[in-house]
Design a protein around this ligand. Sequence first.
Ligand SMILES: [Zn+2]
Length: 175
Amino acid sequence: MIAFTRFVYCPRCGKKAIEVHQKNAMRCTACGYVYFHNTCAAVAGIVETAGGVILTVRAREPMAGTYDLPGGFIDYNESAEDALRREIDEELGIDVAMTSYLGSFPNRYVYRDVVYFTNDIFFVCRPVGESITITGGDEVRHWEVFPAAALPFDKLGFASNRKALDRYRRLRASP
Ligand SMILES: [Zn+2]
């Protein structure tokens, strides 16, 4: 676990006395504190429009320049549904309504050499309102719409997105 975080000091007492504990934790030999590097919860939306699914191009690391689904980490005291509406509003400037729950897929999110093991929760949703003007936030370089049959799987940055969109494509293709 220390290998995933690069942490050196105990986050409770500050001593340089941490050791690996189980597969996902570190234990301080000075004060006995055990810190679990728990799974982070994140959420993403497969936003359906008349032309297909909206993909964003990431403006920031990790995976800058790759295609992504709009979404992000769930804040403290926030539901997955509220987090998704907030993130899509921040990234695309649109309101969405969730039409179905697609599933959840584990992912690795590497930020400055620290590995976060996430669980990404996926919803299918639709823009609310008749005419949509998508503005794009500062986390998004630009956005594009792809038909479900022509999604750019080889240019998606995150494994969880590939798995979610593969499930989505299969569900849409089945009668
Ligand atoms: Zn300690």
